[in-house]
Design a protein around this ligand. Structure first.
Ligand SMILES: NC(=O)c1ccc[n+]([C@@H]2O[C@H](COP(=O)([O-])OP(=O)(O)OC[C@H]3O[C@@H](n4cnc5c(N)ncnc54)[C@H](O)[C@@H]3O)[C@@H](O)[C@H]2O)c1
Length: 403
């Protein structure tokens, strides 16, 4: 970006009039957040569509990269025509985005595929020309199919995660190890080796809202999307599964020093949207815990919701500071800085080496060797006292809706 900015090929402005007036193509990437009923909020799309309609002065292709429910782009095109000020040709194409946060540039330059959704030859040719230098596979389909590809792909990944988490919970009950199970599954090309990690669930700005939006779209059309519904339900439960285990193990959190390692929904971003930490930290605070939180980049955003003076929370610069004298530790994000903490450090620094790991960072044996009481996802707990072990295995009682 710096190189292209220096070469005068890239400019930034908050003046949409200047940006849109004589553009050949305008890419829309505004947010489409979830509304309380699960539907996508399209107000940002509507605002920008109207701004485009009122400012463009030459023929223009509007390309929607935002994730929008199937049929939205038909409406965007109509909306722009309704508000158009100048007599110009405008078409709207769908070009959904598949990048992941933390690897955005690589995902853009080396995308697995570019999806182009339009029924117009003019729009298709323009998008082909724009993407030609990337030299990537291009899939050209109808506008509605393109919109659906984005949801179908994202929701499939969410389903894969929830499926592995569901299997992980069963593994705990029957004495299997989810990491061994995943490894055994991964050699099957029909399954693939990615997205097989068990965890405390998916978060972020995409999977949670895109599963709910597709479920909403299905309901609106009189169809029940049972698989996606199940993925949502499993994920909702998964986020607090370690908190529930710890609540069984401890009489109270009141007055305990609780180390929280990792706040963001994944490493490589400061994004907190739908992060498991946001579900768990309030529960810990309500129960009287003194929370010591570490995250290499997420603390500033977290502080805005939970300021130090107002809540019993302290943000620290190193994982060791959070662990020092702690009664219990929760790991919510697999940052390399957290993975670098050696098992023996938990034993050495914590008042009681009791660790709940939502990302399966450590090996069972290494935690056992270090003398840490260790609970993770889909694996057997490392516990000296066998009574504690049975008390802390996954309890399917609260999953009655699955029946
Ligand atoms: N975040 C991801 O990893 C990701 C991946 C693929 C697709 N998407 C999709 O991309 C879209 C954007 O997601 P995001 O996470 O970047 O959202 P975001 O909320 O982080 O960013 C949206 C940006 O749009 C700007 N904006 C709002 N109204 C505007 C207007 N009228 N004119 C100009 N700018 C305006 C906002 O200021 C904000 O900077 C969503 O539909 C999302 O589903 C996101």
């Amino acid at each position: 970006m710096q190189k292209n900015y220096a070469a005068g090929r890239l400019r930034f402005t908050t003046d949409n009039t200047r940006a849109y007036k004589d553009a050949d193509a305008i890419f829309i990437g505004v947010g489409t957040p979830e509304q309380p009923d699960g539907s996508a909020n399209l107000s940002y799309i509507a605002t920008v569509a109207r701004q485009i309609a009122e400012t463009i002065e030459k023929d223009c292709l509007v390309v929607v990269k935002s994730t929008v429910p199937v049929g939205t782009n038909d409406k965007v095109e109509q909306f722009i025509h309704d508000f158009l000020v100048h007599d110009v040709k405008v078409e709207v194409a769908s070009n959904p985005e598949f990048l992941a946060q933390g690897t955005a540039v690589r995902d853009t330059l080396e995308a697995a595929r570019i999806i182009i959704g339009t029924d117009s030859q003019w729009a298709e040719e323009m998008l082909m020309k724009i993407y030609e230098p990337f030299n990537l596979p291009i899939v050209s389909v109808s506008r509605r199919s393109a919109e659906m590809i984005k949801y179908a792909a994202n929701d499939f990944l969410a389903l894969k995660i929830s499926y592995m988490n569901d299997i992980a919970n069963l593994c705990e009950l029957v004495g299997a190890d989810i990491q061994d199970v995943a490894r055994g599954m991964s050699f099957d090309e029909r399954i693939g080796s990615k997205f097989l990690n068990a965890s405390i669930g998916y978060g972020g700005s995409c999977f949670p809202k895109d599963t709910k939006a597709l479920d909403y779209l299905a309901r609106q059309n009189g169809y029940e999307l049972r698989t996606v519904k199940a993925a949502i339900a499993v994920n909702n439960d998964q986020k607090t599964i370690l908190y529930k285990k710890a609540s069984n193990r401890l009489i109270t959190f009141d007055g305990l020093k609780v180390a929280v390692l990792g706040l963001t929904f994944k490493p490589g971003t400061d994004d907190l949207r739908e992060a498991p930490s946001l579900e768990n930290v309030p529960l810990l605070l309500e129960r009287g815990a003194h929370v010591y939180a570490y995250d290499p980049v997420g603390c500033d955003n977290f502080k805005q919701r939970y300021p130090e003076g107002e809540y019993n929370i302290k943000y620290v610069d190193k994982p060791e500071e959070a662990l020092s004298g702690a009664n219990v530790c929760f790991i919510f994000t697999e940052w390399s800085e957290i993975k670098a903490v050696q098992p023996k450090e938990y034993k050495k620094l914590m008042r009681t080496p009791l660790v709940y790991d939502g990302r399966n960072i450590y090996g069972i044996e290494e935690m056992q060797d270090a003398g840490v009481e260790y609970y993770s996802i889909g694996r057997q707990a490392v516990v000296e006292n066998k009574d504690l072990k049975s008390n802390n295995s996954y309890n399917p009682g609260h999953r009655q809706y699955i029946a």
